[in-house]
Design a protein around this ligand. Structure first.
Ligand code: FNR
Length: 366
């Protein structure tokens, strides 16, 4: 059994990283500039400890929750991460199948190596679940609208407008390695062939189509005028921007720092989460991603008020390790740990996970 030694997400990361080229591994695993934010996304969890309640009957523990108006099996889903076919030839198709099997949702990056139709149908032929389509603001609004029309026709539930990327972050690894998308891979959602892509660096491609003049008023009202899909803002880290998302009638926010790949030195998402939850006052949904590597990490974010957590790199590691089976293994590992964490803290449903489930300690452990 090739899965025998993979017991944790850390095991999966190690096994997957051995299978990738140096350039691919660095592209997936690095953060920006000094790597501060990518590191703190994960270490932030260690400043919280659990406050378990004992002698609770947890025999019928229920890990399910509801997102986009539909039940998912536990509060985790797969973040939009581009270029998944570089990790495994089946790329986003494999991720979609694994999400369908585990009963969680998936967001499709606009840098997906497969089309929205292909990714959607790979999963929906297996089970009922939701896809969000991730968008950046594009110079070519007609293309952006074509993508939205396709996403609607295919039954996607939501747009994730990624708001933290007017330009790409300072990514030394990409510049040092002259990172380019490997031969043969395409970005069909962006209508880019392999030849188009090979001509430019990743940064060059991004500058070519991304509109850095984006702003709250124009983007949200324009999206609202052309689609009935839910509109979520991905990349919110402050109470102020949470308030703006509410004011502009968005359906939800993803508290995210792009996995530490954009502005280095921002708050870890777990540390930004409380102010966003407080500002939201239940008027808007609050999800979070960045550094989630165990079911206990998920539990802590839920206790701080997040409704659902998302993971980027763990899905990539699953793909690199063993394609669809590897993503399955990642989701099973997270689910098993989350379920046990609920049982061991005396939580029968996700609604039982509250502020009282956590204690905050100082950085030095007191
Ligand atoms: C990303 N992320 C990302 N986000 C987005 O909105 N559009 C995108 O195309 C991408 N592409 C992308 C590629 C790769 C290789 C990674 C690792 C990440 C960010 C992603 O959605 C998510 O916010 C982070 O990955 C979450 O952090 P973790 O779970 O990777 O620590």
């Amino acid at each position: 059994d090739p899965h025998e030694t993979i017991l944790s997400i850390a095991d999966l990361e190690k096994a997957a990283s051995k299978k990738m080229s140096k350039t691919a591994g660095e592209f997936y695993n690095s953060g920006s500039q000094d790597q501060t934010t990518i590191r703190e996304n994960s270490t932030a969890f260690s400043r919280y400890r659990l406050r378990p309640r004992v002698l609770v009957d947890v025999s019928g523990v229920d890990t399910s929750t509801s997102v986009f108006g539909r039940e998912i099996s536990f509060p985790l889903s797969v973040s939009p991460a581009g270029l998944q076919a570089m990790a495994h030839p089946d790329g986003e198709l494999a991720t979609s199948r694994a999400c369908a099997k585990r009963g969680v949702n998936m967001a499709i990056s606009s840098y997906s190596n497969y089309s929205i139709q292909a990714v959607r149908s790979a999963g929906t032929s297996i089970g009922c679940f939701s896809h969000a389509i991730q968008l950046y603001t594009m110079k070519d609004r007609e293309m952006q609208e074509r993508i939205i029309r396709t996403a609607e026709a295919e039954g996607c539930s939501a747009i994730f407008l990624t708001a933290d990327s007017p330009v790409l972050g300072v990514r030394y690894n990409e510049w040092r390695n002259d990172f380019r998308t490997p031969e043969g891979l395409e970005f069909p959602i962006l209508e880019k062939t392999t030849e188009d892509i090979r001509r430019q660096t990743h940064d060059g491609t991004f500058v070519g189509f991304n509109d850095d003049s984006h702003n709250w008023d124009r983007e949200i009202s324009w999206l609202r005028s052309i689609t009935k899909m839910q509109i979520w803002i991905k990349g919110v880290l402050t109470a102020e921007d949470t308030e703006l998302a509410v004011k502009h009638g968005c359906d939800g926010i993803i508290v995210s720092n792009h996995g530490g790949r954009q502005l280095d030195g921002v708050l870890a998402t777990l540390d930004a989460l409380p102010e966003c939850v407080e500002a939201a006052q239940g008027r808007i949904r609050v999800h979070v991603d960045g550094g989630f590597r165990s079911g206990t990490d998920m539990f802590k974010a839920l206790a701080l008020g997040a409704e659902c957590c998302w993971v980027g790199r763990p899905a990539i590691w699953g793909l690199a390790y063993d394609g669809e089976a590897g993503v399955n293994l990642m989701l099973e590992t997270m689910h098993n740990e989350f379920r046990r964490c609920m049982q061991l803290t005396g939580c029968k449903t996700v609604n039982d996970i509250t502020k009282a489930s956590l204690a905050r300690i100082d950085a030095d452990g007191r």
